[in-house]
Design a protein around this ligand. Sequence first.
Ligand code: HOZ
Length: 427
Amino acid sequence: MGRTKSTNIMKKAVTLIPGGVNSPVRAYKAVGGNPIFIKRAKGSKIYDLDGNAYIDYIGSWGPMILGHGHEKVSAALKKAIDKGTSFGAPTQLEVELAKLVTDAFKSMDMVRFVNSGTEATMSAIRLARAYTKRDKIIKFEGCYHGHADSLLVKAGSGAATLGVPDSPGVPKGVASDTYNAKYNDLCSVEKLFKKDPKGVACIIIEGLPGNMGVVKPKAGFLDGLRVLADKYGALIIMDEVMSGFRLCYGGAQDVFGIDPDITCLGKVIGGGLPVGAFGGKRKIMEILAPSGPVYQAGTLSGNPLAMTAGIETLKLLKKKGFYEELTEKTEMLAKGIEAIADRRKVAVEVTRLGSMFTVFFTDKLVNNYKDAKACNHERFAKYFTKMLANGIFLPPSQYEANFVGLAHSKNDIKKTLDAVDKVFKGL
Ligand code: HOZ
């Protein structure tokens, strides 16, 4: 499998773009080697510049739940392009997508569209601070909510991958407004509330953590957070940028029966175009400008192409049996990997919910960031590199989620398991 073109373009890229990429995880720092440069993608497959085909489990880090280039989404986008690509003025499309989103999420009476998940979480925090008139926030070690200053404290995803969970450039004063708790550990949250009972504006938490790898909440953990937040007058922001419309139509909050005050969305609701959203209870959302004083704005917010792709995608997700099919395929893959690991005597913990999963190289359960950090990252790097050589495109870090989409066929799953068998044999 030649990769000369990708290698050569990377040489040029590093002279023009820091690290050669526009988002750090893409540079393969944690796994070694050069990234492949993508030429095109269709269905479950992604093709690099050298013409190699891969079965894709990154799925653009979550949005491609239907697979790449779904014909209905593409057709709607082609039509929309001819009508104009950005107006800086409201469209009916925004109202249509807002209705779909608020119908799907019981906790959201109103929603504001932005351009990325980072914008959504950053704005949600401003809103929570303004609403509660408090400054502090509680987040969880290993959870990642985009790259806003106050959230780059013990952060997961690329920040963890590159070993900069507390990034230089974040002012000490800003970082000191962020308290860190341990995921799946209610006592660590209660301690923070007790230390500062009237200071905490909100708890921000990933609906299903996917940025330290997929880590599931223990029974009672999320309910316990709701109780603590109510007791101390703080809000809960559920970051469902990854899990929203991914785990099921109503997201992680529907799966776990949690009622957050504010929800952040992104990825799937843009159908592969840049989008983010935050929304929640009317009394909170109405303090947002222009109906209230909390400022937030964006030239490309509610962009007609992103709204079109989002609307078409959500309509297709409503099809009966959609999530069942996705879960069945993912389960087949996850269970297949576990069986191979057993047979080949490779210690792994496969965490999965819906169509998100992570293969952790460890013989222990993974319940938090400390557990994820303790995994065998060298082994993960070998696994990644060999899977790529066998035509399987995985996230290049142990701290990420794999995503299965509608376009993955049972044959894709079988081919992936054959590759896993080959790779585990030599690990
Ligand atoms: N933060 C994303 C993964 N959790 C990576 C985004 C990207 O590199 O595209």
